[in-house]
Design a protein around this ligand. Structure first.
Ligand SMILES: Cc1ncc(COP(=O)(O)O)c(C=O)c1O
Length: 426
């Protein structure tokens, strides 16, 4: 952090100051749609991107601005853009760099919703995704052609909980002159800071560990400020004059935070997935305890994984933090503070045992989310992946015996007691 404030200090202070008019110490919820201009020249300067300032909450808002600055600081980026969800963040990132007929290469080890977004909905824009294997950097290479615009990975993949060799994939991106976009939702910058390993753009679902309390949807784009958007001519939204802004060239005008500006003044402006000030406030409050919560999540998950591994009704456990896990070396290299809180394990009794186990849990909540303070569980084969054939389920890491946990920050003895009584009934 170049001798600057430490991570925990930034998590509390970055971007915030006492409210200039009231002295309020916590960032107020600026629950307003719009902001009064000083005069017509001021309004014209704001609309023409000649001056920064608040116009309308779809584009920016002071509560959102604090959250943006804070997450950018935690990731070591130049600027952030807060939006309504993780999926909205991904949409705006790709809108900023893709034209119809373009493609990008993505790891296939992704959150299922992202697999759908990329593989199904993006087709409507004529954006093509090509799937590669996150464990084989050369598999990205093989898919790249002259219409490829980016590489996309998750730093810590959901649901498998496996760490990815970010630097090796960044090297492939660098060789081809492409930006590397990393979804850092599962790791959070407390565990992994992808920009330090060669990523150019980071995206988040703030809905998970960053907000951390299972109460608000949000997404974030962090601009690493590292990528040259102009030389190749492949990114016209950034490198060509924008008619609606008096012919300004965004990369020229805004330099190392041009990507965040473009996603805001083009994508967010036109698609409109703004985060509400109230959600920005709640997520910001969550961020203040991110380092404490994340460490506790990791410590609890490590205990649970070890305990499950020794249980007779458990046939396998995949947790990168286990010494004998195939992903352990990458975990130690990229995330020495811990292996995250989301992982999968298999029940010896298969599908029926999985259903019985989930139904028998009392403190764990059975739901489709991760990264809450509460411990969460899902049996993918009977829920999120039930439409797939057994072969497809297995390929997706959601075979009939698979259980996914997101271990919370309750007392570890209570977490294990709940698992123990449910396994007895499974
Ligand atoms: C790794 C990852 N990325 C992105 C998303 C999408 O985020 P959101 O649900 O906030 O749109 C999720 C949601 O579960 C996720 O787990």
């Amino acid at each position: 952090m170049n001798g600057g404030p430490g991570f925990s200090t930034l998590a509390i202070h970055a971007g915030a100051q006492p409210d200039p008019t009231t002295g309020a110490r916590a960032t107020p919820i600026y629950q307003t749609t719009s902001f009064v201009f000083n005069d017509t020249d001021h309004a014209a300067a704001l609309f023409g991107l000649k001056q920064f300032g608040n116009i309308y909450t779809r584009i920016m808002n002071p509560t959102q601005a604090v959250l943006e600055e804070r997450i950018a600081a935690l990731e070591g980026g130049t600027a952030g853009l807060a939006v309504s969800s993780g999926h909205a963040a991904q949409l705006l990132v790709f809108h900023t760099i893709m034209s119809p007929g373009d493609n990008f290469v993505s790891a296939r080890q992704l959150y299922g919703g992202s697999v759908n977004q990329f593989g199904q909905s993006f087709k409507a824009f004529d954006w093509q995704v090509r799937w590669a294997d996150s464990a084989e950097p050369e598999s990205f290479d093989a898919h790249i052609d002259e219409r490829t615009k980016a590489i996309f990975i998750e730093s810590l993949a959901n649901p498998g909980g496996t760490f990815v060799d970010i630097a090796a994939i960044a090297e492939v991106a660098r060789r081809h002159g492409l930006p590397l976009i990393v979804d850092n939702t599962m790791a959070t910058p407390y565990l992994v800071r992808p920009l330090e390993h060669g990523a150019d753009i980071v995206v988040h679902s703030l809905t998970k560990f960053i907000g951390g309390h299972g109460n608000s949807m949000g997404g974030m784009i962090v601009d690493g400020g590292t990528f040259d958007w102009s030389t190749s001519g492949k990114y016209p939204l950034l490198s060509e004059p924008r008619p609606e802004y008096g012919g300004v060239v965004l990369h020229q005008a805004f330099g190392n935070f041009a990507f965040a500006i473009a996603a805001r003044v083009l994508g967010l402006r036109d698609f409109g997935p703004a985060i509400s000030p109230f959600n920005a406030f709640l997520i910001q409050t969550g961020v203040e305890t991110l380092p404490l919560r994340m460490q506790r999540h990791c410590d609890n998950a490590a205990e649970v994984a070890k305990w499950l591994k020794g249980h007779e009704k458990v046939s396998w456990v995949r947790y990168a933090g286990l010494e004998d896990d195939p992903n352990n070396a990458l975990q130690k290299r990229y995330s020495p503070k811990g292996a995250g809180a989301v992982f999968t394990f298999g029940l010896a009794g298969g599908y029926e045992a999985g259903k019985r186990f989930v139904e028998a849990l009392e403190m764990f909540s059975h739901l489709a989310n991760i990264g809450d303070t509460r411990s969460l569980v899902i049996h993918p084969a009977s829920t999120t992946h039930r439409q797939l054939t057994p072969e497809q389920q297995t390929a997706a890491g959601a075979g009939p015996d698979v259980i996914r946990l997101s271990v919370g920050i309750e007392d570890i003895v209570d977490i294990i007691a709940d698992l123990e009584q449910a396994l007895a009934k499974a």
